[in-house]
Write a protein that binds this ligand. Sequence first.
Ligand SMILES: Cc1ncc(COP(=O)(O)O)c(C=O)c1O
Length: 371
Amino acid sequence: MFLSNPAVAELEPYTPGLSREFVSRKYGVPLDDVAKLGSAENPLGPSPLAKAAVEAALGRIDLYPEWTAAPLREKIAQTYDVHPDQVVCGAGETEILSWIIRVFAEPGGKLLMHSPTFPIYHLFAGAEGRQCVFVPMGGDFDFHLDRFIEHIAGDVRVVFLTRPHSPTGKLLDDADVRRVCEAAGERLVVLDEAYIHFTETAGGIHLVEDFDNLIVLRTFSKAYGLAGLRIGFGITRPHIALPMLAVKPTWNMGQLQVAGGIAALDDHQHVSRTVSMIVEMRDYVAGRLGALNSFRMIAGSRSNFFLLEILDTTLDSTKVFNELLERGVIVKDGSVSFHGLGHRYMRVDVSLRKHMDRLVEALAEIEPRAG
Ligand SMILES: Cc1ncc(COP(=O)(O)O)c(C=O)c1O
């Protein structure tokens, strides 16, 4: 038998959202009509400033980049009024999350998170032999913050908060984050703000000034439309940033990522167009879904996705997921993608009006006729 680490060999890998090409080929739906609502990407495409900068940087791809992405770290530091030593850059937030788990929890150490949550936290934890403590969210997905804070004890090493939360889109406020940081003491608090632009709030980077146990994570994959370029960053105190360099793959950030990230930070126009469209379509789709009997949008999303509950007991999330695929609509089946979510929910992106219409029309076809 091939020898490998038994802790990893048995694990299930991440389940990604399906591609437009796959669905078009399999179900014969024209490519442009496929509504890709499972990966929370930017439907307006990449930041034009980033795209131009990446093209201009192509002539430099023979050279190794600066190994800590220093030019991008400096730009991020300038943008958020922090010191470059407070910034780490990774191939998406996803890469930084993997270092955090390795650096701040020892094997067997515990990581605290809500259930449901962004699956990368517990997938990496499992692969690295760390243990997860899940705190279930309450009815209609409130955070149960008192209960969550009670679990910050013993050998819990890292505490994850997602703001806005995935998959619900609900928003913790600064006072909540402060309570968690205070309770965490010498444990690390990770505030994952991948989707913060869509909340139209400033987010928690300023809290790093008050708390020496906090790292705030951001990504270029969402509002900037650069999911395929792979850029994320963390802002924290230097004593937290520094040890992560020991596990960071040496040249993790290529020339194109560095150039694209720097340019994107100045693309306020693309971000504000994107955010306005999402906010408008979030209300629009909420109104249209209200006319259906078998589905209910979970209220309160401040993100570019929402949870859709299946009310009809003859349906479940896998059945609806497959029926939607046949109609050229890709969503996330909650039972596959989110720990503890069960079979009655799907996570659906907010997107262009034509995709929202296609979603609602497909759901209306799927729901059993009344009477
Ligand atoms: C909550 C959350 N954090 C982080 C990420 C990953 O972002 P990145 O593309 O920067 O790795 C995602 C991606 O969907 C996410 O949903």
